[in-house]
Design a protein around this ligand. Structure first.
Ligand code: NAP
Length: 265
């Protein structure tokens, strides 16, 4: 299926690895010009090289910046040789907050989580949607988490900050932007095989004394699909939400979790 977005410009945040990279890769495969953002210059360089080799004529640009900071966002939005703020597609993403006990989180920990997982996506939406509306086409996809639907107690910072974003998106997606060709959706990963998942297992292994493989196997057994998702699968869903065919999907929370969420809806 031709997604009809060849030649568009996308800003993909948190894109040197994992789910963000999967989204960038799927967009590049559709001929979309992509600006990738991540903090670590080395991994970003590798990602840009990989995608440039796969791009047939599309531009692939890396911006080494912290997207949770105002100057990082400014650098991303005005990437040299990029489109300026005239992005047609924005995929928001940053690392998730650390797990822990809510009794130990002071105001600073909450502000950091809100900055990364709620206010940064909102700032990026604010900077780009009016231009999208003027041009009659725009796609925002926020990478959030399955924990928005099924909260996990030790991920309280994530549950709280991402729920705030989810509420904001539910409103803005149904604003006049919806009649101007701009869609805003959230994409909710369950367990995907990325560095983040490996770090989580390594942390539990050192706490429990069980091996990483044992913990990963036990987790896989809890998922009806009996496996973790891949970044490629995640990217393909993102690219579809960014496509011309998804213009009637807005304000939705699209869960990709191999059936792990047990509810009917
Ligand atoms: P990952 O493999 O660790 O990749 C994260 C990417 O984001 C890297 O490219 C990282 O590069 C970049 N990044 C992190 N913080 C950034 C910042 N402040 N500014 C710019 N770039 C930043 O993680 P992932 O598994 O793809 O997860 C992506 C998101 O999905 C996270 O919010 C995570 O909590 C959420 N999630 C993941 C899963 C899962 O199973 N994988 C499940 C539920 C939710 P640098 O570190 O170099 O900046």
């Amino acid at each position: 299926m031709d997604l009809g977005i060849k030649g568009k410009w996308a800003l993909v945040c948190g894109a040197s690895k994992g789910l963000g990279f999967g989204c960038a890769q799927a967009l590049v495969a559709e001929g979309v010009n992509v600006v990738l953002v991540a903090r670590g210059a080395q991994d970003l360089h590798t990602a840009v090289e990989t995608l440039s080799a796969e791009a047939r004529g599309a531009s692939v640009i890396g911006v080494a910046a912290d997207i949770t900071l105002a100057d990082g966002r400014a650098a991303a939005l005005s990437a040299p040789n990029g489109p300026g703020t005239a992005f047609d597609i924005v995929v928001t993403n940053a690392g998730g907050p650390p797990p822990g006990d809510f009794r130990e989180w002071e105001r600073e920990a909450w502000i950091k989580a809100l900055d990364a997982n709620m206010l940064t996506p909102i700032e990026l939406i604010k900077a780009t949607v009016d231009g999208m509306a003027q041009r009659g086409f725009g796609r925002i996809v926020n990478i959030t988490s399955g924990a928005v639907k099924a909260p996990i107690d030790i991920l309280g910072l994530s549950n709280g900050a991402r729920s705030g974003l989810t509420g904001f998106v539910a409103g803005v997606a149904r604003s006049p932007l919806a009649g101007q060709g701009v869609t805003v959706n959230n994409l909710l990963p369950g367990a995907f095989e990325t560095d983040r998942l490996k770090v989580t297992f390594a942390a539990s292994a050192s706490k429990t004394g069980r091996s990483v493989d044992e913990l990963a196997d036990a987790r896989r057994k809890t998922i009806p699909a009996k496996r973790f998702g891949t970044s490629q699968e995640f990217g393909a869903i993102c690219a579809f939400l960014c496509s011309v065919h998804a213009g009637y999907i807005t304000g939705q929370n699209v869960l990709a979790d191999g059936g792990a969420y047990p509810g009917t809806f």
